[in-house]
Design a protein around this ligand. Structure first.
Ligand code: C2E
Ligand code: MG
Ligand code: MG
Length: 706
């Protein structure tokens, strides 16, 4: 029997045990993390309410049987099987717990919670498995903090340069972009304050007081700045400084953001440049030229001075464009622009105002319009001389010449830039018309009514044949015995209002507008009929006919010439077709084939203006031609120019080795004739020395009817 005292002791012990258990239970429940104690069979021995809450389970939960919404990743694709994992842990005798991060997916609000499972097997003294203890930590708070950190990091690592300075202004953190833009090392930056950096690298358009004021008032300043990381680098940037301060205005941090806008700025400048400058040559464009002229008109009026506009047109540019293509033509224009830049005075403005048209605003302080005209004429001559040369483009030697119109200004009627440009343009049209060798024309008031615009000329040309305004002229070619050998056919256009217009002007217009195809056929038809008649008077009389490159390259050229030959019944052996070198360079094979066809038909072929242009002689050996014509520009400079003498000698040599006929054009003086005749026994001579081109009847009377 137990004594009373024994009973009391037992009661006390039981009480203590109960208390201890109760304490343990309370501690167990009070723990913030979830705890589950598993039996070796994996059924639950103990579970605290936190674990129940985290996993939404009850005490009778059995991991081997019951479904748990646990996943190995956040996206709930790979199931996490708790029983399999615990089975593994049962068999490991590790001192440290085994850990794994799993995701609990709450089916009610579709949220995933990261849970860290930490489990350990517990063994008794005999080494038998007693329990498995699983502690479940809720990591959602940690995870959120991590996410925030990652977000901050990503924001900080942006393309923009960024740094954070502390309350004293010292740079405490900077991103890679900022280091790249500033060119400063992280170490150097950390010894620097925000203000020091601003002073060292930033050209503030607003003063720094303004920045401070804005920071104090708005806690933010932003503006466009120029950044000079080194002496020869400049960036354009938008700089933003934000000040972080507490409610009592105690400054905590400064956050600085630097957006590099150099590219945007450059693009903007380029667009602005494009609006005022010609893309190809870098010269001013028409818009800028007009602004400048407007400014100079006012300026001249204010100071009672005069200046001049020079309108420059490049001859035969279209032909170069057609023969060699856009790339060569563009390069040619660039070289011309460079030549103009070298030639004009530094204060004069050069603009490109059309395909091959340039406008120079000559700054002069002349006291009268006459003096301004004289000075401008000197300048125009200088320009014409500078442009009268060969430019090398892609191995081609391209000859340029120009026409220049001068308009001195301002007179009373010169009201606007547009008005002045039109007048300078009229003067250049007149310069194109002039038959003498003078490519420069000074504007006179009567021009405005007399000169028609190119567009009008193009329209008028359309009716020229129909209205009998065109006529063939003939210029004699004489042999070394001063006897008639033949003639060259040269077209003339008698405009009802403008009088005779030179082929140098209207052939180009006809080529540009393709009217040359119709005109060329008209010329061939009438010239063929003429030679038929003249061969009756002189059997071996020869006639040359100029063929335009546009006409030659036309697909119907050969069929047309065949049908005109048949219709007129002409004998082609007395007909020489004059082609220019340019014909042969573009589409050479096709061109050579056409020349072969012409020769097969019985025609003779001559190369006109030989040596003036596109002297690529690589094709020369393959050409079935009969004749070379020495251009009048070489002959005209005889005997003064040694260079021209050398050119003529080599053309003659080349023709003799190929057994070709030679015609020297533009022989005007006895001196020139002597020189030419000394070169070779069989040279033919064509020029004003013998006769000017004249109408058929006149020619017939003078040369064919004895
Ligand atoms: P081109 O074929 O080289 O013709 C020679 C040019 O030199 C002609 O000019 C002729 O009048 C000129 N000339 C001849 N001897 C002298 C001289 O001693 N001194 C001077 N200063 N000039 C002389 P024109 O008739 O004004 O023709 C100019 C160009 O127009 C021709 O050069 C030719 O390229 C083109 N052309 C003329 N008629 C025709 C034609 O019927 N068809 C085509 N497609 N082009 C033509
Ligand atoms: Mg000719
Ligand atoms: Mg010629």
């Amino acid at each position: 029997m137990a004594t009373n005292s024994q009973l009391t002791e037992l009661e006390l012990t039981l009480e203590r045990i109960r208390e201890e258990r109760e304490n343990k239970r309370e501690i167990f429940e009070a723990i913030h993390d979830g705890i589950i104690v598993f039996k070796p069979s994996l059924s639950i021995q103990n579970i605290n309410s936190q674990a129940k809450k985290l996993l939404s389970i009850e005490a009778n939960f059995d991991p081997a049987k019951d479904y748990l919404s646990l996943y190995k990743n956040k996206k709930t694709t790979l199931m996490f099987k708790l029983d399999t994992w615990l089975e593994c842990i049962k068999n490991t005798n590790k001192q440290e717990p085994t850990e794994i991060l799993v995701w609990y997916s709450d089916p009610l609000n579709l949220q995933s919670t990261p849970l860290l499972f930490s489990a350990k097997a517990m063994f008794n003294k005999n080494g038998e498995l007693k329990n498995i203890l699983l502690v479940i930590y809720d990591r959602s708070i940690h995870n959120e903090a991590d996410e925030q950190k990652r977000l901050m990091q990503a924001a900080f690592n942006s393309y923009n340069g960024q740094f954070i300075a502390n309350e004293k202004g010292y740079i405490i953190k900077s991103n890679d972009s900022f280091i790249a833009i500033s060119g400063l090392s992280r170490e150097a930056l950390q010894k620097m304050t925000l203000m020091q950096w601003l002073e060292q690298q930033v050209n503030l358009k607003n003063d720094s007081n303004g920045i401070l004021k804005s920071l104090l008032e708005n806690k933010l300043w932003s503006g466009e700045v120029e950044l000079h990381p080194s002496q020869d680098t400049v960036f354009h940037a938008i700089l933003s400084i934000s000040m972080i301060a507490d409610k009592e205005y105690n400054i905590e941090h400064y956050i600085v953001n630097l957006q590099n806008i150099t590219d945007i700025k450059e693009a903007h400048n380029r667009i602005e440049h494009m609006a005022f400058y010609d893309n190809l040559t870098g010269l001013a464009n028409r818009k800028l030229a007009k602004e400048y002229i407007t400014y100079t008109i006012t300026n001249h009026r204010r100071h009672n001075t005069y200046g001049a506009l020079l309108y420059i047109n490049i001859n035969r540019f279209k032909t170069i464009n057609n023969a060699f293509g856009r790339r060569v033509a563009d390069r040619f224009l660039q070289l011309i622009a460079a030549e103009l830049n070298k030639t004009v005075n530094i204060e004069d403005q050069i603009a490109r105002v059309g395909g091959d048209e340039f406008l120079i605003t000559c700054i002069d302080h002349a006291k009268s319009a006459d003096n301004a005209a004289k000075n401008a004429l000197k300048m125009a001559k200088k320009i014409a001389k500078a442009l009268n040369r060969h430019f090398l483009v892609d191995g081609l030697s391209l000859h340029s010449t120009s026409r220049i119109g001068i308009k001195p200004y301002p007179d009373e009627e010169d009201t606007s830039a547009d008005n002045l440009i039109v007048k300078a343009d009229l003067a250049v049209s007149k310069a194109k018309e002039i038959k003498t060798n003078n490519p420069i024309y000074i504007y006179t008031p009567d021009l405005s009514s007399a000169v028609k615009s190119r567009k009008q000329l193009e329209q008028d040309l359309g009716f020229a044949c129909q209205k009998n305004q065109v006529q063939l002229y003939y210029q004699a070619q004489m042999n070394s015995n001063q006897e008639l050998h033949g003639a060259e056919t040269l077209i003339r256009w008698f405009h009802p209002e403008l009088g005779m217009i030179s082929p140098d002007i209207f052939i180009e217009i006809a080529e540009e507008s393709q009217q040359i195809l119709k005109l060329g056929a008209w010329i061939m038809y009438h010239a063929f009929k003429q030679i038929k008649r003249w061969n009756k008077l002189k059997r071996d009389f020869k006639l040359s006919i100029n063929i335009s490159p546009i006409q030659f390259h036309d697909a119907d050229f050969i069929p047309n010439i065949i049908s005109i030959k048949q219709e007129t019944g002409v004998n082609p052996k007395n007909i020489t077709l004059e082609l220019t070198e340019g014909i042969l360079i573009s589409d050479t094979e096709q061109a050579l084939h056409k020349i072969d066809q012409l020769v097969e038909l019985g025609f003779k072929v001559s190369i006109d203006d030989f040596g003036t242009g596109y002297s690529s002689l690589s094709y020369f050996q393959r050409l079935p031609i009969h004749e070379l014509k020495i251009d009048k520009s070489f002959v005209s400079r005889i005997p003064k120019s040694k260079e021209d003498i050398a050119i003529i000698e080599s053309i003659v040599h080349l023709a003799n080795t190929k057994k070709l006929d030679i015609v020297a054009e533009g022989v005007e003086t006895a001196e020139q004739l002597n020189f030419i005749q000394k070169q070779s026994a069989n040279i033919l001579v064509q020029g004003y020395y013998y006769s000017k081109p004249c109408p058929a009847q006149e020619f017939e009377n003078q040369f064919l009817i004895k």
